[in-house]
Design a protein around this ligand. Structure first.
Ligand code: DX5
Ligand code: ZN
Length: 226
């Protein structure tokens, strides 16, 4: 299993949902060359969210072209069906939604670890942290959604910063990473870091910029020191 935080600094994870799919290989190389830490892969099933995106064959195709950890965010209604296919395709992290997993959440997180991946849990903006409290000992990552999932380029929901601060308090001596996803950019990355986030998903903020080095450097500069 890949180590999740080798640099002990803020982790930048561009979402390839905002990339040009017709040139995916070049797009991935451009952000890897710019020094990002992970690739965030938004998997949508057209049911849990109103969009349909990436499946295991695409993850399998990406795996040999990059050394970056593949952070697979499963926005699907039946996560139990997809853990094994994504693990076999080369995912390093598999994150599932509490709203989709329901009472099977704990069992499915164990299944992710048994499949050789880091387990993550995520929650929608309207879902309370109390819904995931019982699994905080079982995860390597908690993803806080800061937009309603479905599309890149949406506006950041401001209350997400307080949710991250509350989660950072709940973390106590546990070592899971806190990831924030949706509308993250140079104007809010510093306050999210200060609130306790470790991993910053950025779709539009990286891939909508023609100069990836400048976009990544700007985000790192705004993120500031540890
Ligand atoms: C939203 C996805 C996000 C999104 C991020 O459903 O989970 O990963 O694509 O894109 P930006 O950074 O453009 O909001
Ligand atoms: Zn995502």
């Amino acid at each position: 299993m890949k180590q999740l935080n080798p640099k002990a600094q803020g982790i930048l994870a561009p979402s390839i949902l905002a990339a040009d799919f017709s040139r995916l290989n070049d797009e991935i190389r451009s952000v890897e060359a710019a020094g990002v830490d992970w690739l965030h892969i938004d998997v949508m099933d057209g049911h849990f969210v109103p969009n349909l995106t990436i499946g295991p064959p695409v993850v399998k195709a990406i795996r040999p072209v990059t050394k970056l950890p593949l952070d697979c965010h499963l926005m699907v209604s039946q996560p139990e069906k997809w853990i094994e296919p994504f693990a076999q395709s080369g995912a390093d992290i598999i994150t599932i939604h509490v709203e989709a997993a329901g009472s099977r959440l704990g069992e499915l997180l164990k299944k992710i670890r048994a499949a050789g991946c880091h387990p993550g849990v995520t929650l929608n903006p309207a879902t309370s942290l109390s819904e995931i409290e019982s699994v905080l000992d079982d995860v390597d990552l908690v993803l806080v959604m800061s937009v309603n999932p479905g599309f890149t380029g949406q506006k950041f929901i401001e209350t997400s910063t307080d949710k991250i601060a509350a989660l950072a308090k709940l973390r106590k001596n546990r070592s899971f990473l806190i990831e924030v996803d949706g509308g993250v950019g140079k104007n809010n990355i510093r306050s999210l870091r200060e609130a306790g986030a470790d991993v910053f998903v950025a779709g539009a903020a990286v891939f909508f910029s023609p100069d990836r080095n400048t976009a990544v450097n700007e985000l790192r500069k705004q993120m500031g020191p540890v």
